[in-house]
Design a protein around this ligand. Structure first.
Ligand code: ZN
Ligand code: ZN
Length: 339
């Protein structure tokens, strides 16, 4: 099962020529989960993965740099005649924001939108995984999100099964699915006889904006990837404290305490060189990258290796290469009809 994280916007508070406002796309199999939707997110999608029909949008908090892309994105889905329902989850204030946007700039949509208020519960459940909201500390109601895959069955030991007298390969499947089978001598062979320990699934944590926070540290325990905001350097820790943001040093301390495999810093301010953020974090936690827009982090199953950071790793979709919007259908007719 493929799992990766695509960075669509990595800027703190204001965009720059090279960085869009906060947004990441998590792709797991055919599922598409967008976290945060800063202004310009739909175009960042068009320029990279294509404007996929998202299953769910998760909002960390209601600051402008994390939500202003939402009205435009849902409107574009409408102009493309989307009919699949869309779930948008976030802190309770999301409902007010949505109501106002819906009334003023969005209007009617050809698909249903369900707004789900979250604080500390499962925000989204997919096939084989769930995404939990974790309360963070940012001075306004805010959450981070943790994607947790279900445990996988242990590795099947075919040699052991043969030794025990299971000769029919169809019985291998029965054992792997948790059933008992008879051996050639009539004894019963059980799954525990031939399957190793359950294997943990992968875990991805996205903090959104937050000061260093115990809830994130606990939620990130043994995570495959921790995407942590790093708005400041330690030299500006007083400002970080006042604005309820983190320093690169804070993020690295959390990564080390939680024993994550890879730390990716985002919410990067133009105030600093990214290398300075990386250096500060690496002095505490060496497995760190500073994300840029269109970077991709691939997360294979642990037995196939650790997370792989691919700078500018999303191949532009065909439309983006040709300078056209990479939408599934031409938009022109719909736009003319609307105008
Ligand atoms: Zn922000
Ligand atoms: Zn914020």
């Amino acid at each position: 099962m493929d799992l990766d994280v695509v960075f669509l916007g990595t800027a703190a508070s204001v965009p720059s020529a090279g960085r869009g406002l906060s947004s990441v796309l998590i792709r797991r199999g055919g599922d598409r989960i967008l976290i945060d939707c800063g202004e310009g997110t739909q175009r960042q999608l068009m320029r990279s993965t294509g404007l996929a029909d998202l299953d769910v949008i998760l909002i960390t908090h209601l600051h402008a740099d994390h939500v202003l892309g939402l009205p435009g994105l849902v409107k574009t889905f409408g102009l493309r005649d989307r009919d699949k329902p869309l779930v948008i989850a976030g802190p309770a204030a999301l409902q007010q924001f949505w109501n106002a946007m819906r009334r003023t700039v969005i209007g009617t949509l050809p698909y249903d939108v369900e707004i789900v208020p979250v604080h500390h519960e499962v925000a989204w459940r997919g096939d084989g995984y769930r995404v939990e909201a974790v309360p963070t500390e940012h001075g306004v109601p805010s959450v981070g999100y943790v994607l947790i895959e279900d445990d996988r069955p242990g590795r099947f030991d075919a040699d052991r099964a043969r030794e025990l007298g299971v000769t029919d390969v169809r019985d291998y499947g029965v054992l792997q699915r948790g059933g008992d089978v008879p051996a050639v001598d009539g004894r019963i062979v059980r799954p525990a006889d031939v399957l190793g320990e359950h294997r943990h699934g992968r875990k991805v944590v996205y903090t959104g904006d937050t000061a260093a926070c115990g809830a994130v540290r606990d939620a990130a325990r043994d995570a495959t990837l921790l995407v942590h905001e790093a708005t400041f350097l330690l030299e500006d820790s007083e400002r970080a404290r006042m604005t309820r943001h983190s320093t690169a040093h804070d993020a690295a301390l959390t990564a080390a305490a939680a024993n994550v495999q890879l730390l990716a810093l985002t919410h990067v301010s133009t105030r600093y060189a990214p290398a300075a953020l990386a250096e500060e974090a690496a002095s505490v936690f060496p497995d760190v990258v500073v994300a840029r827009d269109f970077d991709r982090i691939d997360l294979p199953f642990p037995e196939r290796g650790g997370p792989v950071h691919e700078p500018r790793g999303v191949r532009p979709s065909r439309g983006a290469r040709e300078g056209e919007p990479s939408t599934a259908e031409p938009l022109d007719a719909a736009i003319e009809a609307e105008a």
